[in-house]
Design a protein around this ligand. Structure first.
Ligand code: MN
Length: 457
């Protein structure tokens, strides 16, 4: 098996798809007939989802497009772990460690993403296989677009995934959320009266996408995080029409500018909580060039569904873990389960040494991430990746009157449907750890580890 950091090693979308085919073929489904990007691909995913299956989906034949589509690639922790070349149980610890490594990108002269270069007037985004996902989505949306911009004050790059509405052959909408680093950088451009240059990467290795959604502080270049996660410096090439660099091994790059004074209605789109958001009056993007591979793979993220929820939460877990660890050094791991849309609930496992420690861990987790509404702390004999075990701990170990507490009118996630007009939400902390002494012993059947069922049946 490959190890990270070997010289000459290249990790990109194609290499990762090959890795799945070799190491985990059940993680990748391939369609055997033509499929439409207009609801049909997302309908296949929704159908699989109904039976709790979340494979990556590769569609070699897409109606109206000469290019294949891959979607749902980031919808499982097993695949994210494979992307970092580790076992699933080590995903969180590995991510935390590599996020901090930070390797500066390496500027190279050429790369596969430059195989085709289209000037603005040659670009027709309407011919791209951009998916329409949910019934009331206003238009096709690029959902796996990692947008890079540069801070005009410091020159430092910022990378993040934003939703991009198809508005015309050379025009895209965007939701630049208030809390995002790109919004802050756009506001600096507005103050200077200077249009913001940008480049959107579509299609790359999952480690690149994890870097794009990492929650590193403002002023940290996410390309350096990508290097840490990949295990070698991210090779980048200069853009054609904007003063930015993009990954040399990307599938497609869309270059453009965002004027400071132009706004249009954008949305609705099925969003992370599985609900439609409001229409927003937002800046627009004018495309100035596209560079891509000869026959690129168009990558999509299944907006509003598990893939969308999971990819954004995996990186947040690092931030939450680090803060909880400051409050409670025996924290084992933290998890935001899909049952809480990977945002609203957080489970924390600790090896409790003192009464009350769990409540401090809850306060730390809630301070680390405003999205968390329900935080449950359990002992380390409970598997926090299994909702049923956490519920069992609540049912068998909790005295709600003294072990649970309510926080009224706290800041929540902007997409939380329970938020009031000021977006304030009610939060609940639950200490479901057992008391340090006097709690009955857990039953065990001796010898079950040694039983080999094939010897009996
Ligand atoms: Mn950033």
């Amino acid at each position: 098996m490959s190890t990270s950091g070997e010289p000459g090693e290249r990790k990109d979308l194609r290499q990762f798809l090959d890795q799945l085919r070799r190491q985990a073929p059940d993680e990748l489904l391939q369609t055997r007939r033509g499929v439409s990007p207009h609801f049909e691909i997302s309908a296949i995913l929704a159908r699989l989802e109904a039976s709790r299956r979340y494979p990556a989906l590769y569609c070699p034949e897409v109606v109206g497009s000469p290019w294949p589509v891959v979607t749902n690639l980031l919808a499982s922790r097993r695949r994210l772990a494979l992307a970092l070349d580790v076992a699933e149980r080590d995903l969180n610890a590995t991510y935390r460690e590599r996020e901090g490594r930070r390797l500066q990108p390496r500027l190279v002269g050429d790369g596969p993403v430059k195989e085709v270069r289209l000037r603005a007037e040659q670009v027709d985004l309407e011919s791209f296989p951009i998916l329409t996902h949910n019934d009331k989505d206003v238009a096709p949306y690029i959902t796996a677009g990692a947008m890079v911009v540069r801070d005009p004050e410091t020159g430092i790059r910022n990378l993040g995934i934003y939703r991009h509405q198809l508005m015309g052959p050379r025009k895209l909408g965007i939701h630049l959320s208030e809390a995002s680093h790109s919004r802050l950088i756009f506001e600096k451009h507005v103050q200077r009266g200077q249009p913001m240059e940008l480049a959107i990467t579509v299609g790359h290795h999952p480690a690149f996408y994890l870097a794009a959604v990492s929650t590193v502080p403002f002023g940290v270049d996410e390309y350096e995080v990508a290097g840490g996660l990949l295990g070698y410096p991210l090779p980048v090439v200069k853009c054609e029409t904007v003063n930015l660099e993009v990954p040399a091994e990307a599938e497609i790059v869309i270059e453009g500018v965002m004027p400071v004074d132009e706004r249009e209605w954008e949305g609705p789109l099925g969003e992370v909580a599985g609900l439609y958001g409001k229409r927003l009056y937002s800046p627009v993007i004018h495309v100035t060039a596209v560079t891509m591979r000869e026959r690129p793979i168009y990558q999509d993220i299944f907006s509003g569904h598990l893939e969308h929820q999971l990819v954004g939460s995996t990186t947040r877990l690092g931030t939450i873990y680090n803060l909880v660890r400051a409050a409670c050094p025996t924290v084992q791991d933290v998890f935001m389960p899909p049952s809480g849309l990977c945002r609203f609930s957080c489970y924390v496992a600790i090896h409790k040494r003192r009464e009350g420690e769990a409540k401090n861990a809850i306060m730390a987790a809630m301070a680390a991430d405003p999205s968390i509404k329900y935080c449950v702390v359990v002992d380390d004999d409970v598997d926090i990746f299994d909702d049923e075990q956490v519920l069992r701990a609540i049912n068998s170990r909790l005295h709600a009157d003294r072990d649970a507490f309510v926080i009224r009118r706290a800041m929540g996630n902007p997409v939380d449907p329970t938020g009031d007009e000021e977006r304030l939400v009610t939060k609940v902390g639950i200490d479901a750890t057992k008391p340090l002494s006097g709690f009955p012993e857990t039953i065990r059947v001796p010898g079950s580890d040694q039983i080999r069922l094939e010897e009996y049946f």
